[in-house]
Design a protein. Structure first.
Length: 389
């Protein structure tokens, strides 16, 4: 069969036709328990009734208006999102369509903030080794993974990487004469689920504040309730200057958001930035449902409880192939002693979808609506696969 897709993904041999809750069904009618949620996207599961209703109702009105006009649904979404991020200091938002686009926006804001206040030469963005911030040339420039850089240079100038958790390296790198911003994930997802140490983050926040360097959290994978707080960085009890979100924010409809606090909220002016689909009413209608659902403290508490259930079952096995279990809420990484790919293939054959990340890490990002029985059932399948591979 001639494949019309460019060969960018190692795709498994399954094609889905429908979904419901934590389950997907393939074209042969086989059911799969989904521990991936489309890589942290379908946070309310598949075909979540309120989401289906909101998207259908919006589609019956209009799908899109350009950003030279206004729409009530986009404004309502933006207001609710800013309010959700207010505890870490956010005041305004720019809406786009993807994580990479949100991080591009963050870099632009940091650079303009610094240029207007201090003049040229203070444009460097510092980020962490092992980080992942996107696939565009600039967000790859901010991504601290050599293997992803191969073949695509030259990259955008003015990016610098430091090892995570090394406070001396952080102090040295945050040079107030040259650095505009520090960009980091509260939990490094693509590296294999590595939560940052609170002392490291508190130090970063203090140094950034003292040196007027913008503190930017990429919450694209770990945000929107995934760790049991609306933003993962809330756990650090620090104020941020910029937050980026995408993935789960509209429950499966493409979306991206860059939010800014007091210092940077008014940096961008007319004509500085734009995005045809940004604030798209379909994404906004879906996003409103996600925000209304996820912000409920009881719902967030359930994410924490379910995450603990995952981790305690996994730890309880004492499985010889499991080296380490990491993560918070429903963002869980399990380091194994063997290759992950055969486990992914074996799980698929058994009717379970799991992800990998970094080296030798199995990654679980299930829908928040997953039921206890489904967690138990999926992990039981995984145990058999892990033992047999
Ligand atoms: C932390 C983080 N930042 C940015 C991105 C890029 O998002 P997108 O693929 O929507 O451009 C991702 C995607 O995996 C991510 O995990």
């Amino acid at each position: 069969m001639l494949d019309v897709f460019m060969n960018t993904y190692h795709r498994l041999p399954v094609s889905f036709v429908s979904g419901e809750g934590s389950w997907l069904r393939d074209s042969a009618g086989k059911r799969y328990l989904d521990f991936t949620a489309g890589i942290a996207v379908n946070c309310l599961g598949h075909a979540y009734p309120n989401l289906v209703k909101a998207i259908s109702e919006q589609a019956a009105k209009f799908n899109h208006v350009c950003n030279y006009y206004q729409s009530e649904v986009s404004r309502a979404f933006a207001e609710k999102l800013v309010a959700a991020c207010a505890p870490v200091g956010m005041r305004k938002v720019f809406l786009g369509n993807s994580g990479a686009e949100a991080n591009e926006g963050a870099c632009k804001i940091a650079r303009k903030y610094s240029l207007k206040k201090y003049g040229s030469g203070r444009h460097t963005i510092v980020s962490l080794k092992g980080s992942f911030h996107g696939r565009t040339i600039t967000t790859l420039s901010a991504t601290g993974q050599e293997r992803l850089h191969k073949d695509f240079g030259p990259f955008t100038e003015g990016f610098r990487f430091i090892p995570p958790e090394d406070i001396e390296a952080l102090d040295r790198a945050l040079d107030p004469a040259t650095v505009a911003g520090l960009l980091m994930e509260a939990i490094q997802g693509e590296r294999g689920i590595f939560p940052l140490d609170p002392v490291y983050v508190a130090t970063a926040a203090k140094l950034c504040a003292e040196r007027d360097i913008l503190l930017m959290f990429d919450e694209i994978q770990c945000g929107v309730g995934r760790t049991g707080t609306f933003l993962a960085c809330e756990a650090f009890k620090v104020k941020a200057d910029i937050i980026t979100l995408a993935k789960g924010l509209s429950g499966g409809v493409p979306v991206g958001a860059v939010l800014a606090g007091e210092k940077a909220a008014d940096v961008l002016g007319i004509g500085d930035h734009g995005s045809t689909f940004g604030g798209n009413p379909l994404a906004a209608a879906a996003g409103l449902v996600v925000l209304e659902t996820v912000q409920d403290p009881g719902f967030l508490a359930e994410i924490v409880r379910k995450g603990e259930r995952f981790q305690s079952i996994l730890a309880g096995w004492g499985h010889p192939k499991i080296r380490e279990i990491r993560g918070r809420g429903l963002m869980i990484g399990v380091d194994i002693t063997t290759e992950t790919w055969p486990v992914l293939e074996g799980a698929l054959a058994a009717g379970l979808l799991v992800l990998s990340a970094g080296t030798n890490t199995l990654r679980f990002l299930p829908p928040y609506t997953i039921q206890d029985g489904e967690i138990d059932q999926g992990l039981e399948l995984l145990k058999k696969v892990l033992t047999g591979t």
